[in-house]
Design a protein around this ligand. Structure first.
Ligand code: ADP
Ligand code: MG
Length: 524
């Protein structure tokens, strides 16, 4: 695209942190009314670039022009609005107050008009066609996706010329991400320009006009979105051709199911039936409030079922069994909230790999000596390509992708029959993502049964043999083989939720369609 007068024009931007080069002579232009995707592996320099635009950091070299005029680094009053990765919401204020904080408080007779604030808030959610949340709710009580949406809604509340979104959909269920994309397209029609940072490449097709790829602090590619493929983008990101390794998994062995779930009801949502075979990777996906997380947690003994049976290798699991008994039986779960639930912060990699004594009881190695534990740890760090390869390092020092590899090494090495993973690659970079997927396929090939609960539809389509779309605790449909695609999953989850308006989180399933409607309409 030739761009005679870009809205924003950046030339030769360089930024060093303590001598290391975070940005190396980066040039970048943003046209009027375009959505410009910015991608790159973790550490490529995307956030640094955006923080320089935002005036958080000063560049060491280079220039920024807005509508042709140089931008003074220190008097930045740019018509730019930013949605950062970590929302800076105020927990102790209500939803409406958090919006008014940015958009300005309406006043009546010199006083803040609180009813006006609430009306304004509801109106913003309505124009974005996002199911509203009660504007009076305290932010502390919102779920992660609700906070992510509020963070975006809040920024859209005043219409900027340039909108910069840094990985806004990481915490969003697919459905809400699509609402956000609609809102972005509407803003583009109104003339806004958008820089959009994302790790989810499939989102960018049909949304972005152009794409820029950063690698090691440099701009290695800028071009039209229509001229590039997903594989082409990944090649620019990594600087080499990659085998994405999907499709053509060997068909799962036709063994008897290792796990059978019948009539499962959790949190008044269900009933759900499914089976899982050794060697199979099964995905559970769904809309917010679909109940797919609750299914995994119930299998792991962290939640109690209200009805139904679960059978593991011919043995019926007792309703009163807790996590320890489930681990001993061979069901393990890697929680989505890695730092909160799956790692042992402040402890070394050894301690994270051998959290005694539960794991040791199940371990085929029956380790006894610290020397043996150290040796085993080193072997695993090697095999799972964990960096740094230092068993005494604290888990806290590792990047998200490496922490996740340690968690996987712990569970895949304990001889579990069923491995349940929540969002296995959320927030990790593409290199680690590919490595984690390969490990999971290897574990399946070795006979493990793997249940992946993920909102990353590209991941489910790439990694899984089969996927169930869960809607309010029931299977709205199943996809496998060549039908298991991102589009297929989006179609099924959108349609599956389409019979009734999406229920607010935690709502009773009172408003659902007559029994079986969703299942019969989209099953098979
Ligand atoms: P991305 O957003 O693409 O993941 P970043 O811009 O966050 O990349 O990081 C680029 C490089 O700059 C990385 O090597 C990172 O470690 C480094 N870096 C970023 N912020 C800082 C900082 N405040 N201090 C020191 N180094 C930093
Ligand atoms: Mg970043």
């Amino acid at each position: 695209m030739t761009d005679p007068s870009p809205l924003l024009d950046v030339r030769g931007l360089t930024k060093r942190f303590y001598g290391s080069l975070a940005l190396d002579r980066v040039s970048f232009s943003l046209a009027r009314g375009e959505i410009h995707a910015l991608v790159g592996e973790n550490g490529a320099g995307k956030s640094t670039f955006i923080k320089i635009l935002a005036g958080v950091y000063d560049a060491d070299e280079g220039e920024i022009r807005l509508e042709g005029a140089p931008v003074e680094p220190r008097s930045r009053n740019l018509p730019l609005a930013f949605v950062h990765q970590d929302p800076a919401l105020v927990d102790d204020l209500s939803v409406a107050e958090n919006i008014a904080f940015i958009a300005g408080y309406p006043r009546r007779h010199g006083l803040i008009d609180w009813r006006g604030v609430q009306r304004q808030t509801s109106a913003i959610y309505e124009t974005m066609r996002i199911p509203p949340i009660d504007p009076r709710r305290l932010v502390a009580t919102l779920s992660t996706p609700e906070k992510a949406i509020l963070n975006i809604v809040r920024t859209l509340a005043h219409t900027p010329k340039v909108l910069v979104l840094d990985e806004p959909t990481a915490a969003l269920p697919e459905q809400d991400a699509h609402r956000l994309f609609d809102a972005m397209r509407r803003l583009r029609e109104q003339g806004a320009s958008i820089i959009y940072v994302s790790h989810r490449l499939h989102e960018l097709f049909g949304l972005a006009d152009r794409i820029t790829v950063f690698r090691d602090g440099r701009n290695v590619h800028t071009g039209a979105m229509a001229d590039i493929t997903g594989g082409g983008i990944v090649e620019h990101m990594l600087g080499r051709a990659v085998e994405l390794g999907h499709r053509g998994h060997p068909p799962p062995r036709r063994e008897a199911p290792v796990l059978t779930v019948e009539g499962l009801v959790v949190d008044r949502r269900g009933p759900l039936d499914f089976t899982l075979r050794p060697g199979e990777v099964l995905g559970l996906v769904g809309l917010r409030g679909g109940g797919q997380e609750a299914v995994g947690r119930t299998l792991f003994g962290a939640k109690r079922a209200e009805a139904g049976t679960m059978t593991l290798a011919g043995r019926r699991l007792g309703a009163d069994e807790r996590i320890g008994e489930r681990i001993a039986a061979g069901i393990v779960l890697l929680a989505g909230d890695r730092t909160g639930e799956s790692t042992f912060p402040g402890m070394s990699l050894i301690e994270n790999l051998f959290p005694n004594p539960l794991i040791r009881a199940r371990s085929p190695f029956r380790l006894t000596s610290p020397a043996a534990e150290r040796r085993q740890t080193r072997e695993r760090l090697d095999r799972f390509d964990v960096r740094p390869r230092n068993e005494a390092a604290l888990i806290d020092w590792l990047s998200g992708g490496n922490q996740q590899k340690v968690c996987l090494a712990r569970w895949l090495e304990a001889d579990a029959r069923v491995v349940i993973l929540e969002e296995p690659t959320a927030g990790v970079d593409i290199g680690a993502k590919i490595a984690i997927h390969r490990m999971l396929r290897e574990a399946a090939a070795a006979g493990r049964a793997i249940l992946v609960i993920s909102s990353d539809l590209e991941e489910v389509a790439t990694l899984c043999d089969r996927a169930l779309v869960i809607d309010r605790g029931r299977a709205a449909g199943e996809l496998s083989g060549s039908r298991l695609t991102v589009d297929g999953l989006i179609a099924l989850s959108t349609l599956g939720g389409g019979a009734t308006p999406p229920a607010p989180e935690g709502a009773a399933p009172a408003s659902r369609a007559p029994d079986g409607a969703a299942a019969t309409a989209f099953g098979g």
